[in-house]
Structure formats: structure tokens, C-alpha cells
Write a protein that binds this ligand. Structure first.
Ligand SMILES: Cc1cc2nc3c(=O)[nH]c(=O)nc-3n(C[C@H](O)[C@H](O)[C@H](O)COP(=O)(O)O)c2cc1C
Length: 303
């Protein structure tokens, strides 16, 4: 998730409630070889010991996809994922991401460029049921024919953004189509999952290889462990995240403190006094102030 799953947050998840696989924020390849790459490439930042990390890229220029995929292969990522699902109006206007469902020739060129550049790394695509309408049957068949290793399907079309619930039946049907064309493909479903019970239900019902959970972590940081955190656990992780944010931001200046505050909504919830504490945290102007507040709470909470 853009502006959410940076390396610090991935470290938090991996340490306290690990997932099986992580994706970077989506990184635009088109600025490769230009001064803009130093900013775009921050989205690929990783800790050297991350071993379950797939880099996600997007853009419009197949040659840049090739160059960036070579770079990713040389830098120990575990795979390259092509974003063909983002519904943002600005990217759709450029013909990128979900708009590629309407441009199979370019989608094919991009996939081939990534496969060539990525060498032995697995290549995957994340997409939607379609762009302006449900194109899933032809779109999934087309994608699976390109010999990709994994396909993640978000169960909505781009035009609808998140207006309607994700259509898991269509995700299930897409998996059948993909596997009938390419039996080795791994197929993941995505959309509206809040916990592991729901995830397991859909995996079993539609014989999926797995699911991707994104916003579910906003309502439960521990979602991948299948448990809910206690007040003291939540205070502890909030503090740890802030400390890492402070340390890493000296070299990683992409994120401002204001953008960190969304994490308070994730950690400071569903315990006695959470609403008041969160309101106070939201008015802080530096991470150090927030750290002091959290430390006071921890002292009060300890027996
Ligand atoms: C803040 C935010 C940022 C996102 N950034 C990305 C991204 O960089 N790449 C991507 O493939 N999807 C991105 N998504 C979409 C999610 O990966 C996911 O497909 C979508 O939220 C639906 O799944 P969910 O219901 O589990 O959240 C983003 C979603 C949100 C809310």
C-alpha cells in the first residue's frame, strides 16, 4: 500500500504478526535514468534481511520496465509484480495500471520486458476484473497465457473504485480460467478481507492459492496472526513503530510526521481510553511528543 507499507511498517508486521509475503509500495518505472528516480525508487527501499519481499512496479514504458526489472533481479528482491490494477484517475489517463485491461498489446510488451529483465525471478501481475466494465474472462485468459507465475485479482472494476463489495464469485471464476490456461500459475484473491477466518473461507471455497489483505490491517494490526492485541501490546507496537520512524526518517526523508498519524488509528483503538489518547496523539506536532505520551500511558498501564 502506497505510503503505508514502507520498510519500517513491513518490519513491524514481520516482527509482531508476520505475513507470508510482502509487496513494496508501487514504484513508477518511467523515471528510471532520470533525476526523478531517486524519489520514485524510495518506494523500493528495503532492509537487507527482508526475504519475502516482492517489488511492485508500474508505468508505461516497456524499456524502463526491463531496466528496472534487471535492477530488481540484481538486488535480491524475491519477485517482480506489475501493477495492472490501480484505478487512480491520473494513472488511468496515462494508460497505465488498470487501463492496461483495455490495451492488451502494451500489457503483453510490458510483461515480456519484465520477464526478460527479471531473469529467474518470479513475475506476477496484480489486477482487477476490468477497467470500465467486467472484462475478467478475456483479461484473465490473456494474462495467464503470458506465462506469469502469479496473478492477484481484486474483485472490482476500476471505474467502480471501492463503491461495491468485492465480487468473490468472480474472483473464484477467474482462478478457474487462469489455471485452465496455465496450471502452474498461483492465484490470489483480494478485496474486503478483515480476518483470517474470512480468508480461509474464500481460499477453501474457491480453491485459491492464497489471498492478499490490505486495508484489513487498519482495523487490526495483528490480522496476520489471527489475534487481537491487548492494550499493552498495542501501546508497545505503537512506540516501537514511532522509534523506528524517528531513526529511519533521518535518511529516508520521504515521509513527514503528519503521514505517520494514520498509524495511531491502527494501534490506539478498542481499549479503554483509546479515543482520548488517540485525539491527543493526533494533536502532537513531533514524533518525540507522541513518544512521551505513549510512554506515560505505558507507565500508567503497568501494574
Ligand atoms: C492507502 C492505499 C494504498 C494502496 N496502494 C497500493 C499499491 O501501491 N499497489 C497495489 O497494488 N495496491 C494498492 N492499494 C490497493 C490494495 O492493495 C488492495 O487491492 C485494496 O485496498 C483492496 O484490498 P483490501 O480490501 O484488502 O484493502 C492501496 C490501497 C490503499 C487503501
Amino acid at each position: 500500500m502506497e505510503a503505508v507499507t514502507d520498510r519500517v511498517f513491513r518490519y513491524m508486521i514481520e516482527t509482531y504478526a508476520p505475513a507470508d509475503l510482502y509487496f513494496t509500495e508501487f514504484c513508477c518505472v518511467d523515471s528510471w535514468d532520470t533525476p526523478g528516480w531517486s524519489v520514485s525508487s524510495k518506494r523500493l527501499d528495503r532492509y537487507p534481511n527482508e526475504t519475502k519481499l516482492i517489488a511492485q512496479i508500474w508505468g508505461s514504458n516497456p524499456d524502463k520496465y526491463y531496466q528496472v526489472s534487471r535492477y530488481l533481479a540484481a538486488n535480491n528482491y524475491q519477485g517482480v509484480d506489475i501493477n495492472m490494477g490501480c484505478p487512480d484517475k491520473a494513472v488511468i489517463k496515462k494508460g497505465c495500471c488498470a487501463a492496461l485491461a483495455d490495451n492488451q498489446p502494451l500489457a503483453r510488451e510490458i510483461i515480456q520486458a519484465v520477464q526478460e529483465g527479471a531473469g529467474n525471478l518470479p513475475v506476477s501481475v496484480k489486477t482487477r476484473l476490468g477497467n470500465k466494465s467486467d472484462q475478467s474472462e478475456i483479461w484473465v485468459e490473456f494474462l495467464a497465457k503470458q506465462g506469469i507465475d502469479m496473478l492477484t485479482m481484486h474483485g472490482r472494476i476500476a471505474k467502480d473504485m471501492s463503491k461495491y463489495p468485492a465480487d468473490w464469485e468472480k474472483i473464484g471464476r477467474s482462478s478457474v480460467i487462469a489455471k485452465s490456461v496455465n496450471p502452474d500459475i498461483k492465484f490470489l484473491g483480494n478485496g474486503d478481507l478483515l480476518d483470517l477466518d474470512q480468508a480461509k473461507h474464500y481460499i477453501d471455497l474457491y480453491q485459491l492459492d492464497g489471498v492478499m489483505i490490505a486495508r484489513g490491517i487498519f482495523s487490526n494490526f495483528f490480522v496476520f496472526s489471527g489475534k487481537k492485541g491487548t492494550k499493552s501490546e498495542l501501546l508497545k507496537v505503537a512506540k516501537k513503530h514511532l522509534e523506528l520512524f524517528i531513526d529511519s526518517n533521518q535518511e529516508y526523508c520521504l515521509r513527514r510526521y503528519s503521514s505517520f498519524k494514520k498509524f495511531f488509528k491502527m494501534y490506539i483503538r478498542e481499549f479503554e481510553g483509546a479515543d482520548q489518547l488517540r485525539s491527543r496523539l493526533m494533536t502532537t506536532t513531533t514524533p518525540e511528543q507522541a513518544l512521551d505520551l505513549l510512554s506515560d500511558q505505558e507507565t500508567l498501564a503497568s501494574p
